[in-house]
Design a protein around this ligand. Structure first.
Ligand code: NDP
Length: 527
């Protein structure tokens, strides 16, 4: 049965119609008489047939260049603890306040139809539909990232995708990038470790990676990193199980999330912040704007803020998930960007990708539309503008004419929800460059690939302090890593990989070398 309510204009449609409403008696035949055997002619006057064929050819939009395959659900964020001392953001304040949220958890490199259980980072994007406009968190399931210079971002991703000649993934290309961008060593330690393949999206954490700034109307601010820790606990897959599921159940993670919600077990994450006051930057244990580093828990303990619950499955995947667009640039009053180069670049790249993928009016699509009143008459027209386009309101800045199309009673000015002028707040904030100066004095700027001892300290801590305490974790790490490096055909490149891991720990480098070369030897014997 067709839907009785038209999805766009809301009119009731008791019978099948063409897209512009003309009734069609039958929608499963062309409107010419066919012979019993299925032969015959169809004419260009068969509007129904032509419409169906033409629309079918156009039903794909460009898939995301990264993060194409995802699980997703709706839910809410609830404030559980008071953070009013560090931010005015309304959705983070008032214990018990709930804000509707859309969450999309994706693999990164593989395409939209690829298997869920691959060894890869996971994207963890949340759109909070707050009373002050949309706030997006576009996070990863690992606390660090591979690069710290955004100029390398496209190259990093290409090296993890398909080779331009073979159109297959390629271990030489992957490691050629990483040995020449060794700042990725910390992220590689996570990728090939026990937490490299989440069992499901419910069983993985999420981290901002980037540093954000939380602000108060009085001009005070703090730097923060956000952590979402799974209340289901961390559970991961071994390569063998992951490979089996990739073959038998490639949409495993997508369906697992839907089944859990359907069965009345909504997954949740507890949200924490790590916080640094600007006055403490000078004594910071790490360069705080560097995405290849974590902020050590001991110096910067996790401070609980709230909880994210996912309790509603999408009703239409394309409308609610494929058309969803997340961007780190969506920030409400009380949240700001820090002088974090990766964050700054992402604030351009994500909306740019959405404009390419969905068009200039993507922010008005129902799944992206803010719940808060929107009045932005200087952004109008463009392809597929399905709004009233601000009617006859002035389309230029500075007009004194009264807007007529804005329906809400309080015509928006440059005002925050709490009445303070945005301009004033911005003017009272110290310029971010002061913090950059203090951070870079402490940690002198190096070209992104020029590594200091400091760059190996945290990977070393993961190897020597964290993995060493978990039974078999180091051995599994070496096996997994060697399995991948064994695919590298160029022997000089393999030696460079061993040298990279040797800088983390001499034994680690030696073990990776021995295990990899013996895997290659065994393979040659079989061949
Ligand atoms: P701690 O020594 O206080 O805690 C270790 C962290 O590592 C915990 O978050 C733990 O998560 C996580 N962890 C445990 N096993 C693994 C694994 N096999 N793969 C990846 N992560 C694991 O942390 P520090 O702040 O002192 O940092 C020590 C090292 O831990 C860092 O160099 C970094 O590599 C890693 N780490 C640090 C994080 C941070 O934000 N500070 C976050 C995650 C890892 P859990 O509590 O769930 O067991």
């Amino acid at each position: 049965m067709p839907s009785l309510i038209h999805p766009i204009n809301g009119a009731s449609a008791p019978i099948y119609t063409l897209a512009e409403g003309v009734p069609q008696a039958k929608n499963d035949t062309s409107d010419q008489i066919l012979t019993g055997s299925g032969g015959g002619y169809v004419l260009l006057t068969s509007t129904q047939l032509l419409e169906q064929l033409a629309h079918f050819s156009r039903e794909r939009i460009p898939e995301r260049v990264v993060h194409a395959k995802a699980a997703a659900a709706w839910g809410y964020f609830e404030v559980t603890d008071d953070v009013s001392d560090i931010t005015d953001a309304a959705f983070l304040n008032s214990i018990g306040r709930k804000t509707e949220a859309l969450c999309r958890i994706s693999t990164v490199g593989p395409e939209r139809g690829s298997a869920d259980t691959v060894r890869d980072f996971r994207g963890f994007a949340v759109k909070f539909k707050t009373d002050e406009g949309n706030q997006d968190w576009v996070f990863n399931n690992q606390p660090v990232f591979f690069v710290r210079d955004p100029a390398k971002f496209p190259s990093l991703n290409r090296s993890h995708k398909r080779h331009p000649t073979t159109n297959a993934s390629d271990a030489d290309m992957f490691w050629d990038f990483h040995v020449n961008s060794p700042e990725s060593i910390h992220a590689l330690m996570f990728l090939f470790g026990d937490r490299g393949i989440p069992k499901s999206v419910r069983h993985t954490n999420a981290f901002s990676g980037n540093t954000y700034k939380l602000t108060k109307a009085n001009g005070e601010y703090h730097y923060v990193r956000m952590h979402l820790l799974s209340d289901q606990g961390i559970e991961c897959l071994a390569d063998t199980d992951a490979a089996r599921l990739a073959g038998t159940d490639p949409d495993n993670n997508v369906l697992d999330l839907q089944a859990a919600i359907e069965a009345g077990h909504p997954p949740s994450w507890t949200v924490y912040f790590q916080v640094i006051a600007p006055s403490d930057i000078a004594k910071a244990a790490v360069p705080i704007f560097d995405m290849t580093k974590v902020w050590p828990h001991k110096q910067y303990p996790l401070r609980r803020v709230g909880r994210l619950v996912l309790n509603r499955n999408p009703r239409n995947w394309f409308a609610e998930v494929e058309q969803a667009a997340f961007s780190p640039s969506n920030m409400v009053p009380g949240v700001e960007a820090a002088p974090d180069a990766m964050l700054q670049a992402r604030m351009f790249a994500y909306p740019d990708a959405a404009r390419y993928r969905l068009g200039a009016n993507y922010q008005y699509l129902p799944t992206n539309a803010a719940k808060a009143p929107v009045y932005c008459p200087t952004e109008r027209d463009g392809f597929m503008n399905f709004t009233d386009n601000y009617g006859s309101d002035p389309n230029y800045v500075g007009s004194q004419l009264k807007p007529v199309s804005f329906k809400a009673s309080n015509v928006p000015q440059q005002v925050r929800a709490n009445g303070a002028e945005i301009k004033q707040i911005v003017n009272t904030l110290p310029p971010p460059t002061l913090d950059m100066v203090s951070a870079t004095t402490l940690y002198p700027v190096r070209s992104a690939s020029e590594l200091a001892d400091l760059d190996y300290e945290q990977p070393r801590a993961l190897w020597q302090n964290v993995m060493a305490k978990q039974e078999g974790a180091q051995a599994r790490f070496v096996q997994t890593l060697a399995g991948h490096v064994a695919g590298v055909k160029n022997s000089q490149l393999r030696s460079d990989v061993y040298a990279l891991f040797e800088k983390v720990d001499k034994d680690l480098g030696r073990m990776v070398k021995e295990t990899t070369e013996s895997k290659i030897e065994a393979l040659h014997k079989v061949i």
